[in-house]
Design a protein around this ligand. Structure first.
Ligand code: PRP
Ligand code: ZN
Ligand code: MG
Length: 225
């Protein structure tokens, strides 16, 4: 392959944002077919490649300049930025705009039988989460001591499994909390999907294509407001 001017966009492979991410690009006139087995989907009518990855990997891929654009939840972006800042690693991205889907909140929740009278009720608890940095920031702001239990999935079952006293996880409809006998106590971060760009895009043709795509995205979002 010669030096390609194609741009790469990372989107979530499967999960809450994947359908709407693909749909948004299609509404912008990007023609592609996704093969479930494949990581990459090439657009036929524009020099754009879609990289289908885990959402948690998207901010890092954009920060490292491996891809040009990414569609990711602000929650995942913020967590990765805090993680990299703690490690003294480069964490810069250009947030081009918030999108109109993927609304959710990162919340603390405890079992129904646990009494809650404000954040101090969580003092000394062990909290299961996939978002240790956002959790730490909130608990430090509140001045509450806690312990954490890092889980990449099945966070909501941790209290019943005896792994934790409460959780810090994403809530969208609240169905997952309810199904697991938990209730929400503190909202610590509100999030939407967003489009982020690498700070390393140098090529003027690529930059022009990104601007064209963003103006189409603005149009699509405005039309459905
Ligand atoms: C989140 C969270 C819960 C669920 C809550 O996972 O971990 O499992 O959504 O949604 P609800 O309130 O509508 O029940 P999600 O799959 O969105 O995140 P992930 O793709 O990063 O695992
Ligand atoms: Zn995830
Ligand atoms: Mg999940």
């Amino acid at each position: 392959m010669t030096t390609s001017k194609r741009i790469r966009i990372a989107i979530q492979k499967s999960g809450r944002l994947s359908k709407e991410s693909q749909q948004l690009l299609k509404l912008c006139g990007v023609k592609f077919n996704v093969n479930e087995q494949r990581l990459i989907a090439h657009a036929d009518n524009m020099p754009i490649d879609l990289l289908r990855v885990r959402d948690d990997d998207i901010p890092g891929l954009v920060m490292d300049g491996v891809v040009d654009l990414g569609i990711v939840g602000e929650n995942v972006l913020e967590e990765e930025q805090l993680d990299r800042e703690a490690l003294g690693k480069a964490a810069e991205v250009n947030k081009l705009r918030q999108l109109d889907f993927g609304a959710c909140r990162l919340s603390l929740a405890v079992p129904n039988e646990v009494e809650y009278n404000g954040p101090q009720s969580l003092a000394g608890m062990r909290l299961a989460t996939s978002y240790p940095n956002l959790l730490r920031r909130y608990m430090n702001q509140q001045g509450i001591e806690y312990r954490d239990c890092m889980l990449k999935g099945s966070v909501e079952v941790a209290p019943r499994a005896g792994l934790a006293d409460g959780i810090c996880d994403l809530v969208s409809t609240g169905a997952t909390l309810e199904a697991n006998g938990l209730y929400e106590t503190d909202v610590i971060f509100r999030s939407m999907a967003c489009m982020i760009q690498s700070t390393q895009t140098q090529d003027p043709a690529q930059q022009a294509l990104i601007e064209k795509l963003m103006s189409r995205i603005n149009g699509v979002i405005r039309a459905r407001e």
